[in-house]
Design a protein around this ligand. Structure first.
Ligand code: MG
Length: 258
């Protein structure tokens, strides 16, 4: 056997060897799925005792911001105590005293807040029961008497003020209580101060969705377009609007941090 023959033989043997290996190699068969393979048990969600709708109590893990007694969870926006008028288990805006803010700051939350436009309300458009809930003291969800009262749609009840109109007008009549449930996801900022993830909000009024996970574009300016301003945890602000109409009232306010 000369050298060429020997080399050819070796190459053939090697090919056979590779072919044999490719055929013989076995991988494990995929295990048959059983129901338990896609079920997990921990961590268990915390147990929350729901509030009682009849007695207006908050869920057991909520921070109560107003339970009908006092404004100790709030402060004046200009400093000092919150000086709106507490009476009959509710409180009423005192327009001479300016806005009020929670003492505590929040990140992501679920906020429950009830508000009532007085039965004898007067005024039109934005000058009729105007107030507002500012999320993280930056972004206003409008409060306004929009019962038979037209205004610019991105300024009506449940709008992200001057940005996104509500999906519906779910107002109760003046003299009846309106309920807001607001679910808010705080923004995440880049180092340059712009949004990496913008803030988002869901607003439900009287069981009707007004904002469905809406992206907030920036601050809710009265004049001009939204501004993006870097911020951290923030307070809830209630607006004392300068319109001349009769002041609105609030009750049963609680917040759950998420
Ligand atoms: Mg307002």
């Amino acid at each position: 056997m000369n050298l060429t023959m020997k080399m050819s033989l070796a190459a053939f043997a090697c090919l056979v060897c590779v072919g044999a290996n490719a055929q013989e190699k076995k991988y494990p068969e995929q295990e048959r799925m059983r129901p338990g393979m896609s079920e997990y048990w921990t961590p268990q969600p915390k147990v929350v005792t729901p509030g009682d709708i009849k007695t207006n109590t908050a869920p057991s893990d909520a921070i109560v911001l107003f339970d009908g007694k006092d404004l100790s969870a709030w402060e004046g926006a200009k400093g000092g105590p919150a000086e709106w008028d507490v009476h009959d288990g509710v409180f009423t805006v005192n327009k001479k005293k300016g806005d009020i803010l929670t003492k505590q700051s929040f990140e992501n939350f679920q906020l429950h807040i009830e508000w009532c436009v007085p039965e004898n309300i007067t005024g039109t458009s934005q000058g009729r029961g105007n107030s507002g809930v500012f999320l993280q003291d930056m972004y206003e969800i409008q409060i306004l008497d929009c019962y038979n009262n037209e205004t610019y749609v991105n300024g009506q009840t449940g709008s992200v003020y001057k940005q996104t109109p509500p999906l519906a007008n779910a107002m109760r009549k003046p003299g009846e209580w309106n309920v807001y449930d607001i679910i808010y996801t705080a923004p995440v900022f880049k180092e340059d101060g712009t949004y990496r993830v913008p803030p988002r909000v869901t607003v439900i009024q009287n069981g009707v969705v007004l904002q469905n996970n809406t992206t907030i574009l920036g601050t809710t300016e009265y004049i001009g377009f939204p501004k993006v301003k870097k911020h951290g945890a923030g307070k809830i602000r209630l607006q004392s609007h300068g319109d001349p109409s009769e002041p609105i009232s609030f009750r049963n306010i609680w917040i759950r941090e998420m």
